[in-house]
Design a protein around this ligand. Structure first.
Ligand SMILES: Nc1nc2c(ncn2[C@@H]2O[C@H](COP(=O)(O)OP(=O)(O)OP(=O)(O)O)[C@@H](O)[C@H]2O)c(=O)[nH]1
Ligand SMILES: [Mg+2]
Length: 399
């Protein structure tokens, strides 16, 4: 699955080779030929169909798009790189992209993983080989993502994938079809695993040439968490509630800090906002989020409760409170709040997912499956994201 309680923020884009940005979170870059399906794959991973622009016409992504992703099992920045190798583009433009991609990969201090996308129907060509060698020279082991598997007849997919795995011997390879969601959950888990192992070793997971150790590490833990909402989400940090908000700039900084995992900074900034405006909805909510992620559940609970005293219909705060209580071993007390979040915002997927996670942790698999099914019914776009988790719950519910 693509992470419980995923929080996504578009950070911006880099246009010129000399553009740099100092990112705090580890960076996962998606590289590959134009039109191979990079932007589509990243959208599928994030469960957001239109976050990154995609097009049938090659050359759609012309800059490096950066998106920060915060999920309980992995927090990182995704970089959607422009494609390379499309001959119909003007020589000028092609000329400017090589340095942009190469410069980014070379200079990004926190580059942790390169997803190397290859169309399953074409396999690696000269350019792919060159890029693989380049990534290798950076001391990184790429993760190969075979795209567009749905474009091959079903009967041919397995053979094609096996053949490419043999050609790419030694590199972890995932077969995907972003359009159907096949392979997306597995890819997410692989990314989370790689990030966990690179966090432990301080490396990107080891290159083919053996410059660093092999990948490994713990599997994903589907623990839920509250989070500050993105602009298009229904509850916390609600944008329209804050229009004309004189604290807006400071709040944006606090939210960016929280998103980047700098929770103490976010807490300090929110404290300053509340000194000026003690009922600032976004700041109160963000404090719950930041303390939750610091595993200070009792403090997080306090902030969720304060938010709810002032804003009783705040779905995010109900969800956050439910999770804080569950994390403190008070699931029965927490469940009504999780249900209230679902009632208040029935088309908001996270509360269904997070409730299913805490129920699973309590061994209540049938209930968890039931709630997740309801979530998928209300939010059919999340079906691909939920498929693996739902299958697991149903299997466990059958005993
Ligand atoms: N059938 C199918 N089509 C896909 C898949 N992934 C991408 N596509 C299609 O392929 C086309 C190109 O996808 P993009 O995601 O824009 O490709 P890109 O690699 O980001 O391209 P550039 O930005 O030009 O480098 C679009 O029409 C997508 O809908 C897939 O898994 N299956
Ligand atoms: Mg693209």
């Amino acid at each position: 699955m693509t992470g419980a309680g995923i929080r996504i923020d578009v950070l911006g884009e880099l246009r010129r080779p000399e553009d740099t940005v100092d990112l705090v979170l580890p960076v996962v870059a998606a590289a590959g030929r134009s039109n191979v399906g990079k932007s589509t794959l990243l959208n599928a991973l994030l469960g957001r169909h239109r976050l990154l622009r995609t097009s049938r016409t090659p050359g759609c992504t012309r800059t490096i798009q950066l998106v920060s992703v915060q999920a309980p099992d992995a927090s990182f920045v995704l970089a959607d790189l422009p494609g390379y190798g499309y001959a119909a583009l003007s020589r000028d433009r092609r000329g400017s992209w090589g340095p942009l991609i190469e410069g980014f990969l070379r200079r990004t201090r926190r580059l942790a993983l390169v997803l190397m996308l290859i169309d399953v129907r074409r396999g690696p060509q000269k350019e792919e080989q060159e890029l693989l060698d380049f990534v290798d020279s950076l001391g990184l082991q790429p993760l190969i993502v075979l795209t567009k598997c749905d474009k091959l007849p079903r009967s041919k997919v397995k053979t094609a994938v096996e053949r490419l795995r043999t050609r790419l011997a030694g590199l972890e390879t995932h077969a995907t079809a972003a359009d159907t969601g096949d392979g997306i959950d597995g890819l997410w888990r692989a990314i989370a695993r790689r990030l966990a192992s690179s966090a432990g070793t301080g490396t990107g997971g080891g290159s083919r040439s053996g410059k660093k150790g092999p990948p490994g590490g713990r599997g994903p833990e589907a623990a839920p968490g509250p989070r500050p909402a993105a602009a298009d989400e229904p509850a916390a940090g609600k944008e329209e509630a804050m229009s004309g908000d004189p604290q807006r700039e400071q709040f944006d900084r606090a939210r960016a800090a929280a998103t980047a995992g700098r929770h103490d900074e976010a807490i300090a900034l929110c404290g300053e906002i509340l000194e000026v405006d003690p009922a600032h909805r976004g700041a109160m909510d963000l404090l719950g989020f930041a303390h939750f992620f610091k595993k200070e559940f009792a403090t997080a609970e306090g902030w969720c409760r304060r938010t709810l005293e002032r804003y009783p219909h705040h779905a995010y705060a109900h969800k956050g409170l439910g999770l804080c209580l569950a994390r403190q071993g008070r699931l029965e007390e927490g469940l009504p709040h999780l249900h209230e979040a679902m009632r208040l915002e029935p088309d908001f997927f996270d509360p269904y997912w997070d409730t299913a996670v805490v129920l699973r942790e309590a061994g209540r698999f049938a209930e968890a499956a039931e709630i997740l099914r309801r979530g998928v019914e209300r939010c059919p776009k999340q079906a691909a994201r939920a498929r693996g988790f739902l299958a697991e719950l149903e299997r466990k519910a059958r005993g």
